[in-house]
Design a protein around this ligand. Structure first.
Ligand code: SAH
Ligand code: SF4
Ligand code: F3S
Length: 472
């Protein structure tokens, strides 16, 4: 059995393709000289970026070209993120800045979508106070973009669709990928874990997995198209197809992709420690095509805080996993997410986070100060520690990580790493590439190397930039 119950029916997708044709007709009479331009900006996680690539694919099929400048766009679409308050404030700021622009370009369509819109209070605020926003839609109906754009172009009315539900999966949407050698492939959507601080389960709905063969097929297509790096995405990839047989679950998927022909590397995120299995580590260790990099968020090193966070593992289990992973893959690079100042966390409890960081020796850390999200359990927990105090803890953590990262990069000196060359670096004639372990190395080299693998010897490792030289 490999079917899920969440597929958007083919007839509905066909209806959207009809709208795509209708929009194309409207557009070609309304913009006879040149294609209208769309400015699409995505905030938040890679999953959201992957959604953005599908939104752009649909717009391209409708006849839109793209621009990097909102001021000259005929359509502005912000694909938003709700994970922390700061992320939301930025969106409100950027949307506000469009008001005078729209005054000068009255035909401009301003559209907002993504996780933020799935919160009722945000949608209400846009409805009431941002009357120049024409279109608002949530995460569960993004595949209806052609219909929405058609309504905006033809009805002159504001369009809001914030249908809830537990979400669905629309297979076969057109994709306009941002990169030419790195591809994002979502394998699942939503989340069932309800970590007490987190908004994702509320704005993304229940966990649902894409069909195994559909993912495998997409991987094959991007590899055949010359992509060199695939990142499999989900909030908790380890629970991919958890209701199906083992041969359809995440380790099997990872293995099947690694067995495809071609010169490429596979990454994945995010792994939840509670579901990270021996089997997954074995598969990682078994294939050269799977990057020896594990992003395994621990959030806190203290058992009481972990319980309050509803994470379903403790410090001991986490450290055992890490130990086993290093045993199987001595060169493994581990990264993580940490929250500082969860409601009620004491300084002593925070010190358990510091000691865990010291012990694991992460390559890098994504560190966040707790941000209360309306509707989550932690939102209403007593939170006596001041922002300033949390700021001090935060700096203590980042200082420690800086020291560890420095020691880690220092040990790279003289060694040769295979990197995927990603782009030009700041200095004249410099390139930058990323190792399997997700460490950036800068080195002098010809631009033609961008998008391919190169061997680079580390000559001068600094804490934040590691310098090297190209070797054959
Ligand atoms: N599904 C992933 C995390 C996705 S969100 C996992 O469980 O690991 C990315 C990170 O944002 C989280 O790991 C967490 O560290 C951080 N985060 C989520 N909600 C937050 C909040 N309310 N305040 C601060 N950080 C938060
Ligand atoms: Fe949020 Fe937890 Fe789900 Fe990650 S696993 S998305 S932190 S609820
Ligand atoms: Fe943000 Fe939504 Fe991703 S809240 S982190 S864009 S799932």
């Amino acid at each position: 059995m490999s079917k899920n119950n969440f597929s958007v029916p083919q007839e509905e997708l066909a209806r959207q393709r009809e709208y795509t044709d209708l929009v194309r007709t409207v557009i070609s009479s309304r913009y006879p000289q040149a294609h209208p331009k769309a400015f699409v900006h995505t905030y938040g996680c890679q999953g959201n970026v992957a959604d953005g690539e599908r939104l752009k694919g649909m717009l391209q099929d409708m006849g839109y070209d793209f621009t990097e400048r909102a001021e000259e766009a005929d359509l502005v679409l912000y694909n938003t993120c709700a994970i922390r308050e700061h992320a939301q404030d930025r969106v409100f700021g950027n949307v506000g800045a469009l008001k005078p622009i729209k005054k000068q370009r009255p035909g401009m369509i301003i559209a907002l979508c993504g996780c933020m819109m799935q919160q009722q209070s945000v949608a209400e605020k846009i409805r009431e106070s941002y009357s120049f926003v024409d279109l608002v839609f949530g995460t569960h109906v993004a595949y209806k973009l052609p219909e929405f754009i058609y309504q905006c172009l033809c009805s002159g009315k504001r369009v809001f669709d914030l249908s809830g539900g537990d979400g669905n999966i629309a297979e076969g949407l057109p994709i306009r990928r941002d990169g030419t050698f790195k591809a994002w492939i979502p394998i699942m959507y939503g989340c069932n874990n309800f970590c007490s601080y987190c908004i994702v389960p509320y704005v993304r709905g229940r966990e649902r997995s894409r069909d195994f063969d559909a993912v495998l097929q997409e991987a094959k297509e991007v590899i055949d198209a010359g992509y060199k790096e695939i990142t499999l995405l989900g909030q908790n990839v380890n629970s991919y197809n958890r209701d199906l047989e083992k041969d359809k679950q995440f380790p099997a998927l990872l293995k099947a992709i690694s067995e495809l022909e071609g010169d490429f590397i596979i990454r994945f995120m995010t792994s939840h420690p509670k579901d990270c299995t021996e089997e997954l580590l074995q598969v990682m260790a078994s294939s050269e095509k799977i990057a020896k990099h594990l992003h395994l968020p621990f959030q806190s090193g203290n058992d009481r805080v972990l319980r309050e966070m509803n994470r379903h593992y403790d410090r001991k289990k986490y450290l055992e996993l890490i130990e086993r992973a290093y045993e199987l893959m001595p060169e493994l690079s581990i990264t993580s997410d940490v929250i500082v100042g969860f409601p009620g966390e004491t300084y002593e409890e925070f010190c358990d986070t510091l000691s865990l960081v010291e012990r694991v020796k992460y390559t890098s850390l994504f560190t966040f100060i707790f941000s209360p999200r309306p509707g989550t359990k932690a939102f209403s927990m007593p939170d006596p520690v001041s922002r300033e105090e949390k700021g001090r803890w935060f700096r203590e953590l980042t200082d420690l990580q800086e020291k560890i990262a420095g020691e880690r990069t220092a040990s790279m000196k003289g060694r040769v790493y295979r990197v995927l060359v990603e782009e030009k670096a700041k200095g004249e004639g410099m390139l930058c590439g990323r190792t399997e372990g997700n460490i950036m190395i800068e080195f002098p080299g010809d631009e033609s190397l961008i998008g391919s693998f190169a061997n680079v010897k580390v000559t001068n490792p600094r804490t934040w930039i590691v310098y090297g030289e190209f070797v054959k």
